[in-house]
Design a protein around this ligand. Structure first.
Ligand SMILES: [Zn+2]
Length: 548
């Protein structure tokens, strides 16, 4: 059989792998590339395979970087079946049409500019309607249900504890009277994510395809994250300000609602203040997603089930309100009562959160509380890293609000979590393919797997192609032209990172640093900057003359 890496190969987004065995073509995930505009352009590249030849798509979970290109795949001629868990299918039923709507709006916005410039108009990647049509291909199955596919291939999903419905995928391929087992971790969750169960144990694999998002990080604040959340809320409300929580509409929002519900339940003096604080969830997608959560009790952990058994709804409490219309959303900013507003998008790039930031960033009594990863280049990242002013909806806003971040709510296992999960195997894989991570995280994890478990690892690039037998993995000629494109993408990512560093450097050059007397240290800094400048000039010459 052959395993080809088509996305999330030395990047975090765009998860997509092609498995070819016994004349069957199986895709594992079909995710969208997200982040920089260069990465996003990859979504418009032609498929590197014949879409009509794909027999099955096995989907690990509903996040757009794993599912986001499904409507395009179906629009372009996919005729197979999409297997995933029930909750994943339910979440895709709201997230994919939402994504279609975003694609349409983006194309419309670009076309307005292109029209003015006399350029040809572009088509959206797919539309809301395309997304709705793609839902017909979904065949939800239960966790642990063993399904035999054509071509002597068997599959099973187990709970990955990363988001509602998320799964670890086991695939058994019977070829030439030999059975080879592949395990795809999908995205692997944490042990203490509110509502969700812990990631399930897997005992064996011949080949493991493993995520590595936090391969080089240990999450801090795991234990006291709820305490920190409550303290920040209490301090802000007492001052008369608002707590604004930018949050991903699906997953993190429901986890925060659950955390607030839990502390609303306990009758302790130190959390009594919560009973009178209104909490608004202001994101239409978050509202639909909360409905899916309320209908997926089978995915809940013991604690959440306990509340249900006692007749409680852990995603509801008396002071919680959902705002549906834009008018309701706007009225939140006119009302002076201190409140908590949870709104999307999580990285502050789009959606209603922008209005709430505009009305609260300048207030020194309000708090902006981040509970998720902020990618380089996003508005969320600039606020979190200490910008003094930002431009929102065409207006320059000074930042006087308190800025806080709680790391512990991450949906991904950290380095320790990844290692501990793998250490529970009774039969270790012959090779681990490390995917879904930035290069540094991947290399750190690869070294640790070698050192602690003596495992053979590979960090595949986009287009890498392996022949897998029960005994060994043999690298093949790279798949199509993907490789060259990928090198350019890597270069662009380096330039982006450098440009961000330069931005923060210029911000650190404040008056205090520059007005101090011309001492040796300052001279040294100047010489270093001159040096960097020369290096950039050199690179510029190479690019312009293409002479190397
Ligand atoms: Zn995910």
């Amino acid at each position: 059989m052959k395993l080809i890496f088509l996305g999330a190969a030395q990047t975090v987004t765009g998860s997509c792998f092609l498995l070819q065995a016994n004349n069957k073509n199986i895709l594992i995930d079909c995710g969208m590339f997200q982040g920089t505009s260069h990465e996003e352009n990859l979504n418009f590249e032609p498929w590197p395979f014949d879409v009509t030849s794909i027999d099955y798509l096995l989907l690990t979970h509903a996040h757009i970087d794993h599912s986001g290109k499904i409507p395009k795949l179906c629009k372009d001629g996919f005729k197979g079946k999409i297997y995933c868990t029930r909750a994943t299918a339910d979440l895709c039923a709201i997230m994919l049409p939402d994504s279609g709507y975003i694609q349409e709006s983006e194309a419309e916005w670009k076309n307005r500019k292109r029209k003015r410039a006399g350029k040809a108009l572009i088509e959206p990647l797919y539309t809301y309607q395309d997304a709705l049509k793609s839902l017909e291909f979904f065949e939800p199955i239960a966790y642990h249900e063993v399904v035999n596919l054509r071509g002597n291939i068997t599959i099973k999903f187990s709970d990955a504890g990363h988001m509602l419905g998320s799964s670890i995928l086991e695939i058994w391929v019977n070829e030439n009277n030999e059975e080879t087992k592949l395990v795809f971790t999908g995205d692997l969750g944490n042990h203490d994510i509110p509502i969700l169960k812990d990631p399930e144990r897997i005992y064996s694999a011949d080949y493991l395809i493993m995520e590595s998002t936090y391969g080089n990080r240990i999450h801090k604040e795991r234990e006291n994250k709820a305490r920190k959340l409550l303290n920040i809320i209490e301090e802000t409300i007492k001052k008369g300000g608002n707590v604004i929580i930018p949050s991903f509409a699906v997953g993190r929002t429901q986890e925060i609602i659950y955390e607030l519900f839990k502390h609303n339940e306990v009758d302790e003096d130190d959390v009594n203040f919560l009973n009178s604080v209104p909490v608004y969830v202001d994101s239409p997608l978050a509202i639909s997603a909360t409905e899916v959560f309320r209908n997926s009790l089978d995915c809940y952990d013991d604690e959440a089930r306990y509340y249900i058994k006692n007749g409680d709804n852990p995603l509801d409490f008396p002071t919680l309100a959902f705002t549906r219309t834009p008018e309701e959303s706007k009225s939140l900013n006119e009302d002076k009562e201190p409140k908590i507003i949870i709104s999307a998008s999580g990285m502050c790039e789009a959606g209603r959160i922008k209005h709430h930031l505009k009305h609260n960033l300048w207030r020194d009594d309000s708090t902006i509380l981040f509970v998720g990863y902020q990618a380089p280049g996003t508005l969320g990242r600039r606020i979190l890293y200490g910008a003094k002013k930002v431009k929102i909806l065409g207006e320059e806003i000074s930042i006087n609000a308190r800025i806080e971040n709680i790391e512990g709510y991450s949906g991904h296992a950290d380095q320790e979590g990844l290692l501990n999960w793998l250490k529970k195997f009774t039969k270790l894989p012959k090779k681990v393919f490390i995917v879904h991570g930035e290069p540094e995280a991947q290399e750190t994890l690869a070294k640790l797997l070698k050192k602690q478990l003596n495992l053979d690892t590979a960090i595949p690039e986009r287009g890498d192609n392996y022949e897998l037998t029960l005994h060994k993995a043999i690298p093949q000629k790279p798949f199509g032209e993907l490789k060259e494109n990928f090198l350019r993408l890597q270069l662009l990512a380096q330039v982006d990172a450098l440009s961000e560093e330069l931005y923060f450097l210029s911000r650190s050059l404040n008056k205090e640093v520059l007005n101090s007397k011309e001492d040796e240290e300052l001279m040294f800094i100047k010489a270093k900057i001159e040096d960097v400048y020369n290096q950039i000039e050199h690179i510029n010459k190479i690019i312009n003359n293409k002479a190397i």
